[in-house]
Design a protein around this ligand. Sequence first.
Ligand SMILES: Cc1ncc(COP(=O)(O)O)c(C=O)c1O
Length: 416
Amino acid sequence: MIKLETKQDTINQFAAHVSSGKAAFFQFAGIDFVPGRREGPFLWDVDGETRLINCHCNGGVFNLGHRHPEIVQALTASLQTLDIGNHHLISRQRALLAEKLAALMPGDMPYTVFDVGGGEAVDLAIKVARGYTGRRTIVSASGGYHGHTGLALAAGDAKYYEPFGGALPGFMQVAYGDIAALKTAVSTDTAAVILETIPATLGMPIPPPAYLRQVRELCDAYNACLILDEVQTGLGRTGKLWACEHYDVAPDIMVIGKGLSGGVYPMTATCFRKELESVFHEDPFIHISTFGGAEVGCPVALKVLEISSAPDFLANVMACAAVFADGFQSLQAKHPRVLVRLRQLGLMMGIEMVNEYCGPLFSKAAYDNGLLSVYANNDRRVAQLLPPLIIDVALAHEILERVDASLGGVARMLGG
Ligand SMILES: Cc1ncc(COP(=O)(O)O)c(C=O)c1O
């Protein structure tokens, strides 16, 4: 007789064989959710009892919602004829995808190297900048996040690398949004400044309007590369295909990931200017990745780009963003003891609250009100609100109602 696994069986297996810490954390937090059925903006618990609107979206992996029919179709079709491919050989699928990316990039970035994860893509961006400039120093934002791999880890917040051997030489960090601080850090030894266009893990601080242009000018003055990490902000999240378009700035190197997968096949990309490709002239095999740009995933990413760059798609993001902008004005009046403001660029949204207890409390209150939302780990006053970009205005209103109830829940937990 087949034994049916209960949800608790899964939690126990996970605790015994994957992560005892995560299992304990979620049970302690009262969020013992195990994803089962998933479709569009919704996720159901494996026991079928709880339905959540996914406002986490893994930071953008589910920009197109879960199992978008055109994405599933693209992967199904590609599985009929393709597989991983060979990362040493010339590849038609990678060439097609890179050509499409080149057409969509801001500025002139005709080259792409494909990777599997965002951290790996950031590592490569740093290697390209160092190889091209012949310099070592990488300047990044304190509290920023670029992944947990080698060079990406070193460019991120200290708390992620301190337990694993400490800082690497050649990395320095300054406050995000502070051009004066950046001016004191950048020198003739700077290979690159790397920034998330809007740092998600730092709680979506929206930069002063001139900041990114000033960063660009500073990099130009020192012949340093500007790397923009658009792993979360790219692919329509902010209402433009790339967030840097809002600031009229084009980087030398752009990193994208998460949503490029369509939520079904891992794919990340490091795109860069033509001159920078010279790094690979002497030895084109100096950087390779067995699964980077796996051929079977390329048609999926192409479909993601086609959907996300459509004017109607981006207009819908802006229409829903306007609903949140209006709605939060009323919520601010209603919850003055909890809510400070909405940080927002399109559907890249951070709910800034009064203290660092609020982010974690909001995650729990949101869960109790049918929303999946996580707090910003490097600024726990902020809850991230990242709905799928395929929601409509009606669902945006429903999310707002649930946010309203969640803020009420936070106020009660705070004792107010
Ligand atoms: C801005 C940013 N860059 C890089 C990464 C790393 O991506 P990955 O987890 O795919 O390595 C993340 C992941 O959350 C991210 O948010």
